[in-house]
Write a protein that binds this ligand. Structure first.
Ligand SMILES: [Zn+2]
Length: 279
């Protein structure tokens, strides 16, 4: 009899600990982000998606965050949970739907495809610098408005395009390319802190802005940078001039958007950010 009670007690305890108070469902696709809000009942709440702790901001008794889906997603559904000391208070269920991306062929300088040992060393060193930058974003918004497109010219290559370079190397274009001449003005897509203004092997003269909450925007192939590391900028501030530096097949602006360590579609971030910031 006591034994039965024990089993029942364990079962009830287990069921209570595992059953969230509330739940809702969202749809996301590879390379996209979603703006989410969730109730915060405890001050020490964590927001965890696929075992990754997602940074969020507190607004009253709400938590607010962007959730991203990697371009390389295996499409499996998952739950993001709001938890405190092992107890789950809220869950958001994500259904991942597939997304078809286009393909294109490109011709670039062969030296930027097959790297010589010196270039390879340079790329590795640059990656270490970038890794450090991408792991030090604050858990607060460094912007007060929605994201905007950095250029209004024709988009020559959209996010996610599958690429074949010089008929041999395959890759994906995880950014947006805008038609631009050498010297066109490049404004910031949103407010933030400049965390890099330097010459990189692949993206040439590059500016990276940290917007907080592990959200970064990258501006590549510039002919000139007009900001310095540490500068605080507002949406629309001029950060550089477009150009043809790094691995390119002609002058253009490459705009990359990195959220929680993955390049996602900047146009989706613009739309999702409008759901919260209506300016
Ligand atoms: Zn590009």
């Amino acid at each position: 009899m006591n034994y039965c009670f024990l089993i029942l007690a364990i079962f009830i305890n287990f069921a209570c600990a595992q059953t969230p108070k509330a739940q809702h469902q969202m749809i996301i696709r590879p390379g996209e982000v979603r703006w989410v809000e969730f109730p915060l009942e405890k001050d020490d709440s964590k927001f965890i998606c696929r075992d990754f702790e997602v940074k969020f901001v507190k607004k009253g008794n709400l938590g607010q965050a962007f959730v991203m889906e990697s371009y390389f997603s295996d499409l499996s559904p998952y739950r993001c949970r709001v938890e405190s000391q092992g107890k789950i208070f809220h869950e958001i269920q994500f259904i991942v739907k597939d997304k078809e991306y286009l393909a294109e062929k490109l011709k670039v300088d062969p030296k930027k495809i097959k790297l010589d040992p010196k270039s390879e060393k340079r790329v590795i060193q640059e990656q270490l610098v970038l890794d450090k930058i991408y792991s030090s974003s604050p858990a607060e918004f460094l912007f007060k408005e929605s994201f905007i497109t950095p250029m209004t010219s024709v988009v020559t290559s959209i996010y996610g395009t599958k690429r074949v370079y010089n008929k041999q190397k395959k890759g994906q274009h995880l950014g947006i390319d805008y038609r631009a001449a050498i010297g066109d003005k490049v404004p910031a897509a949103n407010g933030g802190r400049i965390v890099l203004a330097d010459d990189l092997f692949f993206t040439g003269w590059t500016v990276i802005i940290d917007h907080g909450l592990d959200i970064f925007t990258v501006y590549g192939h510039l002919s000139k940078t007009l900001v310095n590391k540490g500068d605080i900028i507002k949406r629309g501030d001029l950060i550089g001039l477009s150009g043809n530096t790094g691995r390119t097949s002609g002058p253009h602006l490459h705009w990359g958007t990195k959220v929680q360590g993955q390049y996602i579609d900047g146009f989706v971030l613009i739309e999702e950010s409008k759901k919260y910031f209506n300016n």
